[in-house]
Design a binder for this molecule. Structure first.
Ligand SMILES: Cc1cc2nc3c(=O)[nH]c(=O)nc-3n(C[C@H](O)[C@H](O)[C@H](O)COP(=O)(O)O)c2cc1C
Length: 334
């Protein structure tokens, strides 16, 4: 299956972009476990268009050799910012090999919405479509593919949501991914897969690829989401935090193979350390350990005796400290 000019293989299962989680290290880990790819977290098109790479670079960092398919996600309000951002990315030595530019039209966070970007674009469809057109124009000249990630609506799902999806496809997006919540819902309540399905029908009639997203918790829910929405692929977000093995399990279920064995406690701790060390090598030990505090406890989810260890991990300041804490924990399991 192809998205634009990128070969994806059968039924892509991707890591959803998540600010604070979708680092280049974690994306590479997920791809190794079977994820098709994962976009970076959202990065401001305006700040890149102003040449402000210094602040944004760490969020845009890609590793084509490890990730295989790479995607940078941009958010913004002005179509010209996207055009300039694409040109800047495609002219940068370390970013120019990116495959996909993904446009964020789903972020519900107030500081993004109040600038008219993210999910606010669902309330301003004409602008949203101009953003897609401008991005596609700039990206095409570098041979890059453009995708959009959005939601089932801003305040509520309705005919306007379906028209919005159709408009994104008609404006030149090669793939539209829909998260089954409205912006008003943020991350609460349940994803409405039937609403996603209605948006999928509109996009499919334009001959454009469609991904669904929201509330995949395991391989069984992944297969159900694909079934209900008849999507070409899916994105998995929160369930992958601390559990990159979910991609191997979903892949096995899709291929009709047996579920791979669950990782041992030691394998979980080793993977945590691998993600931590990768993060630290990119952004330094002080910031890296601090930012991993919200991620590390996920690796120990559901493990007996882990609650005290999770608290200790959230106080750690060095890799060594984390290693000592985890060694003590693993030893209790042998
Ligand atoms: C902490 C966090 C950060 C997120 N950051 C982004 C982001 O940068 N860009 C984006 O398009 N979606 C972002 N999302 C939304 C996810 O990509 C996804 O749509 C949402 O979590 C629903 O999928 P899930 O139920 O599989 O988690 C974020 C979600 C979470 C929980």
């Amino acid at each position: 299956m192809k998205i634009g000019n990128i070969e994806m293989g059968n039924t892509p299962v991707c890591l959803a972009p998540m600010a604070g989680t979708s680092s280049v290290t974690f994306r590479a880990i997920c791809v190794q476990q079977g994820a098709s790819y994962g976009p970076t977290e959202l990065v401001s098109a305006r700040s890149i268009s102003y040449g402000n790479f210094e602040r944004s670079f760490r969020y845009m960092k890609i590793s084509p050799s490890e990730e295989k398919i790479t995607a940078i996600q941009l958010f913004g309000f002005e179509p010209s910012d996207f055009e300039e951002a694409v040109k800047a990315i495609c002219s940068d030595d370390l970013l120019k090999d990116v495959d996909i530019i993904d446009i964020n039209m789903g972020c519900p966070v107030a500081k993004v919405v109040k600038t008219g970007a993210g999910s606010a674009l669902m309330n301003d469809p004409e602008r949203a479509f101009r953003i897609v057109e401008s991005t596609v124009r700039a990206a095409e000249s570098f041979g890059k593919t453009v995708t959009v990630k959005t939601r089932i609506g801003f305040g509520e799902f309705g005919p306007a949501s379906v028209e919005f999806a159709r408009g994104l496809a008609a404006s030149g997006a090669s793939m539209v991914c829909v998260h089954g919540r409205t912006a008003k819902q943020m991350y609460g309540g349940e994803a409405d897969w039937n609403a996603i399905r209605k948006m999928r029908d509109a996009v499919a009639s334009e001959g454009v690829k469609f991904f669904s997203n929201g509330d995949v918790k395991d391989e069984e829910s992944a297969l159900r989401l694909l079934d209900v929405t008849e999507a070409d692929g899916i994105m998995v977000g929160r369930a992958a935090m601390g559990d990159p093995w979910i991609f191997a399990r979903i892949r096995a279920a899709l291929d009709g193979r047996e579920t791979p064995p669950a990782p041992s406690v030691r394998e979980k701790c080793d993977m945590l350390i691998r993600e931590l060390k990768g993060t630290v090598s990119n952004i330094g030990e002080t910031t890296g350990v601090k930012e991993m505090r919200s991620v590390m406890p996920h690796y120990l989810k559901g493990l007996r005796g882990a609650s005290g260890v999770k608290v200790e991990l959230c106080r750690a300041t060095t890799v060594k400290e984390v290693e000592v804490i985890l060694k003590g924990f693993c030893d209790t399991w042998i």
